[in-house]
Design a protein around this ligand. Structure first.
Ligand code: SF4
Length: 480
């Protein structure tokens, strides 16, 4: 039985409600070190990250140290307005399936708590999420907007506020949220409509999520409020989605509605929910998706290049960095002359990122780069780049040899294990290994764009994934 309690004091509520807010706040500028810190080895040898508890990032209840673009962190108050939810999402610890005590703030109570913490300089911003109260999505979002309004107007706070918009919120309330929140987000949860039906039967992808996203984008373009960007979140591995489906959807979202970020949360089974027996998603899959997201968003890889990173089932290789997989699929592009290659070529070279590429471009005007030590001081990762660059005194092995050597050096498991990893990844994501059907989809007739189409990614949809599902991975070819 679910019990909502408003009796505890506001600090008890803060403690309870802050742990239930997920972590899609601000940026994650250094995903590699971030993930290394967060990963926890489990008894099955895999690594998992608990998306609902990150003690090392929570010095005290309600305070979350969020990474900011360009480095550093800022303390945010991260909380839910209520952890009661009338919805039936099969993966969620706040859904009505889970019998536990629930809490809810009152508007003034939360505004005052935040203002006091901000005054004491304990926090510099707010991340406010919520479950959907019995009165509905619009009413819940309205309560959150009233809280933010009190914080902005009564307590004169002008800093960062990330406000979740509940799926299904009406346009006038979204407009009110847009006037006050620095960042808004509507959780899409999964890339396809069939997937959402499976995970959250009470949600409507088109009318409850995509419409709200398009309104936010329109308002942000018109600059009628505070909002400077929107974000969304996907639960990975819970529905019938492949990595290609996810990347297909986010390509569309980044392109059409200029989303700032997509956050990937690996599925974890929650007791009492219909998915409590479902296989958890390994954190490696989440990590690979963040890497792929960076290739798309920061490195500006073309979709045709990104498609090379997927295997025939549309899955990323869990054992290999996708940038390296793509490079190995393009042997004619390498080795790259570090002293003459253009910027896009440098960015496509494993071990070289945007900052190190920029440093290489500037430094080689002054001198000829000829040592790994020089490259290392510019931020290059020699271990990754060694097989792909040429400079005075260094020439890598021929490409085919290089492929085999790289695979041989980095092979952590036997070929049998590898097949098991792939099979389990497929099982956990529910992806069928059968080829996807193609052909025209009736609902698409006359559409200019896939933006806003709830059928995007569903079987038979010609825009099922703008990313071509790539050829088998290099590793699979070699093993074959
Ligand atoms: S609407 Fe949100 S909080 Fe409610 S059950 Fe679904 S995912 Fe959980």
């Amino acid at each position: 039985m679910v019990v909502i309690s408003t009796e505890p004091d506001r600090f008890q509520k803060l403690e309870a409600l802050s742990t239930m807010a997920t972590d899609d706040v601000l940026g994650r500028p250094d995903p590699v070190s971030q993930f290394r810190r967060d990963l926890r080895p489990a008894s099955d040898g895999r690594t998992y990250r608990d998306p609902y508890s990150r003690p090392e990032k929570n010095p005290m209840p309600g305070i979350y140290k969020a990474s900011i673009p360009g480095g550093g962190t800022i303390p945010l108050m991260r909380t839910m307005f209520t952890d009661f939810c009338m919805m039936d999402c099969h993966f969620c610890p706040n859904s009505h399936w889970v019998p536990r005590r629930r809490f809810a703030y009152k508007v003034d109570e939360l505004a005052k708590t935040f203002a006091e913490m901000a005054e004491r300089q304990m926090v510099n911003g707010l991340f406010l999420s919520s479950g959907i109260m019995g009165s509905g999505a619009s009413r819940t979002t309205q309560k959150m907007v009233e809280t933010v309004e009190a914080i902005r107007k009564r307590h004169k706070f002008t800093g960062y506020i990330h406000l979740k918009v509940m799926p299904g919120t009406s346009q006038d309330i979204v407009e009110a949220a847009h006037r006050l929140g620095t960042r808004l987000s509507v959780n899409i949860e999964t890339p396809t409509d069939p997937g959402l039906q499976q995970l959250s039967p009470m949600k409507d992808l088109k009318r409850g999520i995509l419409d709200q996203m398009s309104w936010i984008d329109r308002m942000a373009k018109a600059k009628t409020g505070e909002t400077v960007g929107q974000a969304t979140q996907m639960i990975v591995g819970a529905a019938e989605e492949s990595d290609a489906d996810i990347l297909g959807r986010i390509t569309q979202l980044y392109g059409d509605w200029r989303l700032k970020r997509v956050y990937y949360v690996p599925f974890r089974p929650v007791r009492y929910t219909p998915m409590e027996e479902h296989t958890p998603t390994p954190s490696e899959r989440e990590y690979r998706l963040y890497q792929m997201d960076w290739l798309k968003r920061v490195y500006r890889f073309e979709n045709s290049e990104i498609g090379l990173a997927f295997d025939s089932r549309g899955l990323l290789d869990l054992d290999q960095d996708p940038k390296t997989v793509i490079a190995l699929e393009n042997p004619e592009m390498f080795p790259v002359d570090i002293n003459s290659a253009d910027l896009p070529t440098l960015l496509r070279t494993p071990g070289i990122g945007p900052i190190s590429a920029d440093r290489i471009m500037r430094q080689r005007r002054r001198f000829t780069i000829s040592s790994w030590q020089d490259l290392k001081t510019m931020g290059v990762v020699p271990k990754k780049a060694r097989g792909f660059v040429v400079m005075p005194g260094h020439r890598p092995e021929p490409a085919r040899q290089l492929r085999l050597e790289l695979l041989g050096h980095t092979e952590p498991r036997s070929s049998v294990d590898l097949v098991d990893v792939k099979r389990e990844a497929t099982k956990s994501s529910g992806v069928s290994s059968a080829p996807k059907p193609t052909g025209a989809h009736g609902d698409c007739a006359g559409r200019d764009s896939c933006a806003g189409c709830p059928m995007f990614g569903s079987p038979g949809h010609p825009g099922g994934s703008p990313l071509s599902v790539g050829s088998p991975t290099v590793r699979e070819k070699v093993l074959a």
